[in-house]
Design a protein around this ligand. Structure first.
Ligand code: G3H
Ligand code: ZN
Length: 286
């Protein structure tokens, strides 16, 4: 079933575990993520960036596609359709399209404006039973055109954003979108601890691809309840697709048929999602 994220992530924070948030880009991606969650028997969050939603044909199409897949695949685990890193307009559009959850990412606005707009989105979303994620500080690197300086989240600002009534909070704690540079200093556990003490909401770790597992596990034990993964699935898809083509399989039989050509990459995404869910410790659905 489709559900909002509030109870699922509250339970994760209370139980010191984490639920995966995976970005989708198309039909194959959506199926791979849903199949993995169903096999592992865990709740899952499927998110579209603004760019992916544009690529796929808009928020209504994304919502309709995921909803139809949940039905046709007979998915029984809870599924949350979420907008990832939305600006103000995108958050409103996703709410209108019936997403279950939206992130309003106001990190590039002056803080007071981020706060005001977050309040507005919370009011609108909650009137329709939709959950809201907000961002304090910023995530370094680039996620589909959304660029961040990697500014460390302020504890005071985290408290103020939490007080707007949001359901989960993403904080910049040294995490970066995309590949991590060799000289990366690691997650800032001191700041994560301070934020987790001050804010009892589920905390979100963006830039989940490529963080050493021990660091993610420690972060989960400290209050991270939603782990965002995108690049890892993209790289797994690209690698499997490249291998298929380099082995000349697209030239054998009807290997150029898109249903065959896209199958190895789709399987690679499913395997990546299953593996991630496996070590993330997500509690199974009863
Ligand atoms: O919002 C999405 C994520 O933060 C994904 O980050 O591409 O580094 O896994 P990633
Ligand atoms: Zn992100």
């Amino acid at each position: 079933p489709l559900v909002n994220g509030t109870a699922i992530f509250d339970a994760a924070r209370a139980g010191h575990y984490c639920v995966g948030a995976f970005n989708t880009n198309n039909l194959e991606w959506t199926r791979a993520i849903l199949a993995a969650a169903q096999e592992k028997n865990v709740p899952v969050l499927i998110q579209t960036s603004m760019g992916a939603a544009k690529y796929m044909g808009g928020y209504e199409l994304c919502k309709g596609l995921i909803e139809a897949e949940v039905k046709s695949m007979a998915i029984t685990v809870p599924v949350i359709i979420h907008l990832d890193h939305g600006n103000y307009e995108a958050a409103k559009e996703a709410i209108a399209a019936g997403y279950n959850s939206v992130m309003f990412d106001g990190h590039d606005l002056p803080f007071d404006e981020n706060l005001e707009k977050t309040k507005e989105i919370v009011k609108l979303a909650h009137s329709k039973g939709i959950s809201v994620e907000a961002e304090v500080g910023s995530i370094g690197g680039e996620e589909d055109g959304v660029i961040g300086e990697g500014e460390l989240a302020s504890v005071d600002e985290a408290k103020q954003l939490a007080a707007t009534g949001i359901d989960y909070l993403a904080a910049g704690i040294g995490n970066i979108h995309g590949k991590y540079p060799d000289n990366w200093k690691g997650l800032n556990f001191k700041r994560l601890g301070e934020i987790a003490d001050a804010v009892k909401l589920p905390l979100v770790l963006h830039g989940g691809s490529g963080i050493p597992r021990e660091q993610v596990e420690k972060a989960i034990s400290m209050g991270i309840s939603k782990l965002n993964i995108n690049t890892e699935c993209q790289m797994a898809f690209a690698k499997a697709t490249r291998e298929y083509i380099e082995a000349g399989k697209d030239l054998e039989g009807k290997g150029y048929d898109p249903r065959k050509l896209l199958a190895p990459g789709t399987k690679a995404i499913e395997d990546t999602v299953k593996e991630t869910i496996g070590w993330m410790g997500t509690h199974q659905v009863e």
